[in-house]
Design a protein. Structure first.
Lengths: 998, 431
């Protein structure tokens, strides 16, 4: 039998396509399997797979040890052939390895293949091959050296790798670039097998040196290898880019292979230029890559340009030139194969969001061709809408209308939706869009009608009271709606325009019949719509509203539905006028583009153009395995809205402003704690009491009362007259009883009053309150940004927060919870965020805190780990509170007690600190400190040096005693702290410093 | 980098797999099969599919899916480009890239894949280097190999890998030194109901076949280089010189290669030389309908439009068509009708469905790229030079296609459209 060159990892299967597919376990590199029955022709490779005779191992052994070269070669081929059909020929290992020392290239390759296959299963024997590798690595022929080093890396055996370090080191410094380039990749291979070894041997440094190699291919491979290694070492700073290396990379860029160019461009994209001039010069040198035939090179170049462009001043001529240069290559990508088009389109989607000006004149290239694959069509549609403007809307609409009559359901749906989005985006086109949608509804194609109704609802929300004439047409199609979204949209429309639809009650009643079979979405919508209807036409619909309220509150298992039902019920029963104001309030218009990517995410994705992240429009950390701790990339020098507002530096050493807001990693125990805790969304209030029949009657009465008021003259203040029996009135009307009165701190104006009251208690100066700092950046919390601070007011510790919604969607259902902490801080009431937080809106929230929560020592002591929940997710962050929050108002110690205590506390517990650069005199300092409940008990002056003796008491009963020495003219104070729990000293000192310097 | 490659045929069998790092179980392809089942058409399988531990990036060519498995963040375009390169290489080696051809040459396929990637990094993707490493199979060589036991593996290591012009091997020798360039342009257009052009663009390429001895250095200049504002070059082209002088200067690869491709998108430049009108009606309650199609030349300034080919995709419900063309011939292909789910069609087949039409023609009124001269430096001999211009069948698409419910195709062929001639096709329908 004649064996040909080895085909090593051969496997295939001709199994039945439905059952057998993929189920067979394969261990390809060790025992290749093949079936030879597919091979009919004798001329094909099938001849290598014919079964060999038994006992052949011995024959082969003899042949392998033959003196004749030809015979040896033949024998090795036979061995390889046996190997590929899955025969165990490992017994021949020593004999085959002996053949390795040959100058015949083919034979050498075959032996290498054999080695790669069996080394893993025969590690002990594989060591025998090491010598040959070492020898081959010194062969005069560079190609042999390269082949040896390349094969070496493929032997994934730990034992061997250490022997290969020396040859690899030599090859990395080889005089021939081809060898160096192969060796660079080998380092990456080795790192994959044994990362520690590579680091210990200093190969990483050698690899870094190769970036400065004279040969461009070597540079490219070194960059590629480093990038791959860096992926598993996110913080290793392997690719340390500086202007010199950048220059080398740019030089290599012009001369290396297309694949090398991709690696280098991707690496360049990680660099942040020092200034706009450097940025421009890099852009200039990268621009020629836009004309490369390889689309991956083009897209990587686009990435670099998009990123560095941020740094260029907009009025620069070059900036305009660059914008113009970016369009043609992007258009060209769309004439490539569909798979390339898809990736390109996903990236173009990002680019047009960031810089719509680049492609604004290229709308037509995104028109769908009928033979585009569906995934390309859908992406093109998306981009068409993004590029739609007043100038081209007519054309776009004409196209969209055609698409809406296509055959692919997904595509048609998206096209219909796109028409609605055009209406919302380009106001001038709204009318045409609506009439187009009506035309489409006339086709009576079920899914087109449903989709059209969903988008018409959105159009109503954008242009209220403008297109209501179409409602009649919509109502005609009521019966054909079977999808929840369409049903919900239709119900919303009926509820919203109930006063103009004569038979609105009949329509809604018809939906009510199968209430429990509807999806939650429809149920909620139906509840709201009927309440709206009731408020608009109270007389005829009383029965209907009672029916829906009881359906929602009593017969439903869905907590959302029940809660909403109770809220309406209570609203209607306590104050129908208020109910009217709430339910029928003017709604905010929906924003122009609801589907834009959040700016912070967009910025990050722009930095990742051409990667999987850009295809999925998710940050890389969100989905790529093994990328823990991936650095979030930001665009340089941008002043976009995504930039989190840095708090002004307070210049203090206090933890609050110093410590960056660290997001707590989701630890198991913390999560466990949180799971046990009740994160009740505040909007729903305390759980309603079980509806007893008596109460229900009362509620009916209330509704009756409310009805009167609604029907009566609305200008009269009727609120006071409302309410049935007083018992029920309190039951429904009282503020949530679960909140202790002491914590019922007025949120707004009342605060000042409290202050005035407390003013008499010797508060010469207000307590120092650190300014708000960003605790939770929007990027880490899906658009929710929280900044806040802690204050102590009238003995109550409060957490003051500003919640900002930087996402595109409304946030609701806020709740907060703390992890156990050093002083048992815990929220004393729910987080009061009553109204939903719209995009770009901020809300102030004050959370009263108690100190009776569970205690666990934290590091640092004043660290607090917080979980905030909203309708989107749960987010964790940690912040540090100034310890002065915990200083009680009754912290003034009696002089005698002070003296005794001071003596009593062992000297070991005393710690001394210096406060530098403080220009207050001792009285001012004393006053200032008193504001933070640090009380001066005595003052002594010795040789021009004021000694202040002070005491403070922590909420948990720990006393801290202090001696503050102030020398006139000397800005440096000395402070000695004595405390039975010396751990707090550091915190107290920091607090002193903060208070005194502010 | 690229971890593994699976080749999957149209019926969903993995018929070849290759791993460059550790072995990835082929069960990973189950995710691909799921996507394949969801897709209505083979070409609708999304190119990037996420799985819990890997990403599958696939291309479909010659009815074979080439599915690459990657584990870390790798530019998807890099993978797709590489996969296309693999297909091109197979085609180059075996003439066709079919399942049968791959199976017949499985040893060469593995050798190629082994040489093209090293640990997932591209190693040698240039055809001339590969051909030095692994000789393409020919009938003769296969015969010889069978008899003598020699192999396709080159005895020499490729010298090109060491050179600064990796795309060209050294020591090339020809007795007849020839260089041919084909300038091929293709027009893609979408035309609306009224016959006016919505969008039209020209995709152009210059394909070269250079068989020159030694290391020739060529320069190619154009009469109208301004047409080339959106252009992609083969790596051999010196970009700086092009930027400065608008001259293509390059050391060509040996044999066939694509020198450049370009794209002209301005609508004004492209005029479609024919017009087409069509109408299709179905009679209520009848199983018959009527289909009219009128085709004529426009603005040809007396020149004839040659080899006009119109293909229409008829609604799915059409079982047969009898047409009376005034000129030329037609064929009806009922086979390609298959593939759509009937549910989507039922509700609308009564509407006024009209077919799209694809046109191919060879006449144009557009200024085309013209080569000025070709010079050779670095070698002493005088080569034979040839340049050919072609306009190929573009994709013309009528955009008023209310719905493409079926894909049965009607094809009409006519030899020449004289400036005055108008051709109509009328079906023998009831109207």
């Amino acid at each position: 039998m004649k064996a040909d060159a080895a085909c090593l990892f051969i496997l295939w299967k001709d199994g039945s396509k439905s059952n057998g597919r993929g189920q067979k376990a394969i261990t390809a590199s060790t025992t290749p399997v093949t079936e030879n029955r597919q091979f009919g022709s004798k001329m094909t490779d099938s001849k290598y797979f014919t079964t060999t005779k038994k006992g052949e191992i011995f024959e082969l052994k003899a042949e392998l040890n033959s003196d004749k070269k030809e015979k040896k070669k033949e024998a090795v081929k036979k061995v390889i052939a046996s190997m590929t059909v899955g025969k165990d020929v490992s017994a021949l290992f020593p004999d085959v390895v002996n053949c390795m020392q040959t100058d015949n290239l083919e034979l050498k390759k075959l032996v290498y293949l054999y080695l790669m296959n069996y080394a893993k299963s025969q590690p002990d024997m594989a060591i025998m091959a090491v010598n040959t590798f070492v020898k081959d690595c010194e062969d005069p022929n560079p190609l042999i050296r390269a082949l040896a080093v390349r094969t070496m890396g493929c032997i994934r055996v730990d034992k061997i790798t250490e022997y290969l370090c020396e040859p690899l080191r030599k090859c990395l410094k080889d005089e021939d670039p081809y060898v160096r380039k192969t060796a660079a990749v080998c380092v990456a291979k080795l790192h994959d097998i044994n990362a520690q070894l590579v680091e210990d041997q200093g190969f990483l440094d050698t690899l870094k040196d190769l970036i400065s190699d004279s040969n461009p291919m070597v540079v490219a491979n070194a960059v590629a290898a480093l990038s791959e290694i860096a992926e598993s070492h996110p913080n290793s700073n392997l690719l340390d880019l500086n202007p010199q290396t950048i220059n080398k990379l740019l030089t290599a860029l012009n001369e290396c292979t297309e694949w090398g160019q991709i690696f280098i461009l991707d690496c360049l994209a990680n660099y942040t230029p020092r200034d706009d001039r450097e940025s421009q010069s890099i852009c200039e040198r990268v621009t020629p890559r836009l004309s490369h035939a390889n689309s991956a090179v083009v897209l990587s170049a686009v990435k670099v340009l998009m990123k560095f462009m941020e740094m260029l001043p907009k009025d620069l001529d070059y900036y305009g030139t660059l914008l113009k240069k970016l369009a043609p290559p992007l258009v060209t990508l769309l004439s490539a194969e569909p798979e390339l088009q898809y990736v390109a389109l996903r990236n173009i989607n990002l680019i047009v969001q960031r810089r719509p000006e680049i492609l604004k004149h290229e709308m037509k290239v995104f028109f769908v061709k009928y033979n585009d694959p569906i995934y390309v069509k859908l992406e093109k549609l998306d981009i068409m809408i993004r590029l739609a403007s007043q100038a081209n809307i007519a054309q776009v609409l004409a196209e969209l209308k055609e698409y809406a009559t296509e055959v692919d359901v997904d595509f048609v749906r998206k096209a219909v939706r796109a028409i609605g989005r055009c209406a919302i985006k380009v106001e001038q086109s709204a009318e045409r869009c609506v009439s187009t949608l009506l035309d489409l509804i006339q086709t009576k194609v079920n899914y087109v009608v449903q989709e059209a109704i969903v988008v018409i609802k959105d159009i109503f929300r954008k242009y209220p009271n403008k297109y209501e004439s179409v409602i009649a047409t919509l109502c005609e199609n009521l019966d054909s709606l079977d999808e929840p979204e369409a049903r919900a949209a239709m119900i919303w429309i009926v509820g919203e325009y109930a006063e103009r639809i004569d038979n609105a009650d009949e329509l809604l009643e018809s939906f009510l019949e199968g209430f429990h079979d509807e999806s939650t979405q429809v149920q909620l919508q139906l509840l709201t719509a009927i309440v709206k209807l009731f408020l608009k036409k109270p007389t005829e619909t009383q029965e209907l509203v009672q029916q829906v309220l009881s359906l929602a509150t009593q017969d439903s298992d869905n907590p959302d539905l029940r809660d909403r039902g109770y809220i309406y019920w209570r609203l209607l029963s306590t104050d129908p006028v208020a109910a009217k104001e709430v339910v029928l309030a003017e709604k905010p218009l929906i924003s122009e583009e609801t589907d834009l990517i959040e700016p912070t995410l967009l910025e990050e994705l722009i930095c990742h153009i051409g990667t999987l992240a850009s295809v999925y429009h998710k940050p890389p950390s969100a989905f790529v395995e093994g990328s823990r701790g991936v650095q979030h990339k930001r665009l340089p020098g941008s002043t976009g809205s995504g930039e989190s507002v840095e708090s002004p530096d307070t210049g203090s050493a206090a933890g609050v402003s110093e410590a960056p807001p660290a997001v707590i990693p989701s630890q198991g125990d913390l999560l466990g704690d949180l799971l046990n805790l009740d994160l009740t969304p505040t909007t729903t209030g305390p759980p309603p009491p079980p509806a007893s029949s008596g109460m229900q009657l009362g509620a009916m009465d209330l509704l009756g009362g409310g009805l009167d008021s609604l029907m009566g003259d609305e200008s009269e203040p009727l609120g006071g007259d409302l309410g049935g029996g007083p018992a029920i009135g309190t039951g429904f009307g009282a503020p949530p009883a679960t909140m202790p009165a002491s914590f019922n701190v007025p949120v707004s104006g009342g605060l000042d009053d409290l202050f005035d009251l407390g003013g008499g208690v010797g508060m010469a100066m207000g307590a120092f309150n650190p300014p708000k700092t960003v605790w939770l950046p929007a990027m880490k919390a899906k658009g929710l940004e929280i900044s806040g601070t802690f204050v102590r007011r009238a003995g109550v510790i409060q957490m003051e927060m500003t919640l900002t919604n930087k996402a595109m969607s409304v946030m609701t259902d806020f709740a907060i919870q703390f992890n156990r902490n050093s002083f048992g801080l815990a929220p004393a009431g729910p987080l009061q965020v009553l109204s939903p937080l719209s995009p770009n809106q901020s809300i102030e929230a004050v959370l009263p805190l108690s100190t009776v929560g569970p205690v666990m020592k934290m590091e640092p002591l004043n660290n607090l780990q917080v979980a905030v929940k909203n309708n989107i997710d749960v987010f964790y962050f940690s912040c540090q509170y100034p310890i002065s929050m915990l200083f009680a108002e009754d912290g003034k110690m009696d002089r005698q007690v002070f003296l005794a205590t001071w003596k009593d506390i062992p000297n070991d517990n005393e710690s001394q600190f210096q406060i530098k650069d403080c220009h207050l005199n001792s009285d001012a300092a004393s006053n200032k400190l008193q504001g933070s409940n640090i009380f001066t008990i005595a003052k002594r002056t010795v040789e021009g040096q004021d000694m202040l003796y002070q005491s403070m008491k922590l909420t948990n009963g720990i006393w801290v005693l202090a001696e503050l020495r102030v020398q006139a003219g000397n800005p440096n104070y000395t402070i000695s702290l004595k405390c039975r729990a010396p751990e707090v000293s550091q915190c107290v000192f920091q607090n002193y410093e903060t208070v005194l310097k502010n | 980098m690229i971890h593994s490659l699976f080749l999957i045929n149209a019926s969903g069998d993995i018929f070849l797999e290759k791993h460059w790092k550790s072995v990835v179980s082929r069960s990973v392809c189950d995710y691909f099969f799921e996507a394949q089942e969801r897709a209505t058409e083979p070409e609708n399988v999304p190119p990037v599919i996420p799985t819990p531990h890997h990403y599958l990036i696939s291309v479909l060519r010659h009815r074979i899916y080439f599915v690459a498995v990657i584990q870390s963040e790798v530019p998807p375009l890099f993978v797709i480009e590489f996969l296309h390169r693999v297909v091109d290489t197979f085609q180059d080696y075996f003439g066709v890239c079919t399942e049968a051809a791959i199976k017949d040459n499985v040893v060469v396929v593995y050798e190629l894949l082994e040489e093209m990637l090293d640990n997932g990094f591209p190693l040698a993707t240039e055809s001339n280097i590969l051909k030095e490493l692994i000789k393409p199979p020919t009938i003769l060589r296969t015969m010889v190999n069978t008899i003598t036991g020699s192999t396709n593996v080159g005895e020499q290591l490729p010298t090109g890998q060491l050179s600064v012009v990796p795309w060209r091997r050294t020591g090339v020798k020809y007795t007849n030194n020839e260089a041919y360039f084909d300038v091929v342009e293709e027009i893609d257009a979408i035309i609306d109901k009224s016959g006016s052009t919505i969008t039209a663009e020209i995709q152009g390429v210059i394909d070269a076949c250079v068989k020159l001895t030694g290391m020739p250095d060529l320069t190619l200049s154009f009469m109208n280089p301004r047409l080339l504002d959106d252009v992609s070059f083969h790596p051999c082209v010196r970009f700086k010189r092009w930027e400065a002088e608008r001259i293509l200067s390059f050391i060509p690869p040996d044999g066939n290669f694509r020198l450049l491709s370009y794209h002209v998108s301005s609508q004004n430049l492209v005029a479609i030389p024919v017009y087409i009108k069509h109408n299709i009606t179905f009679r209520e309650g009848s199983s018959q309908g009527r289909f009219d199609l009128t085709l004529g030349p426009k603005q040809t300034m007396g020149k004839a439009v040659e080899s006009v080919l119109v293909s229409s995709q008829l609604p799915r419900g059409v079982l047969n068509a009898n047409l009376n063309p005034t000129q030329g011939t037609y064929t009806f292909d009922p086979v390609t009708k298959a593939g759509r789910t009937p549910a989507e069609v039922g509700s609308r087949s009564a509407g006024s469905d009209a077919p799209p039409a694809r046109l191919a023609h060879t006449a144009r009124e557009v200024e085309r790229l013209k080569v000025n001269r070709l010079d050779m430096y670095g070698e002493k001999y005088k080569p034979f030079k040839g340049i050919k211009y072609m306009t190929k069948a573009g994709k013309f698409q009528r955009d008023d296609l209310v719905c493409i419910t079926g894909v049965s195709t009607l094809t009409y062929e006519t030899v020449t459209l004289e400036p005055s001639s108008i051709i109509t096709f009328t079906s023998a329908g009831p109207n």
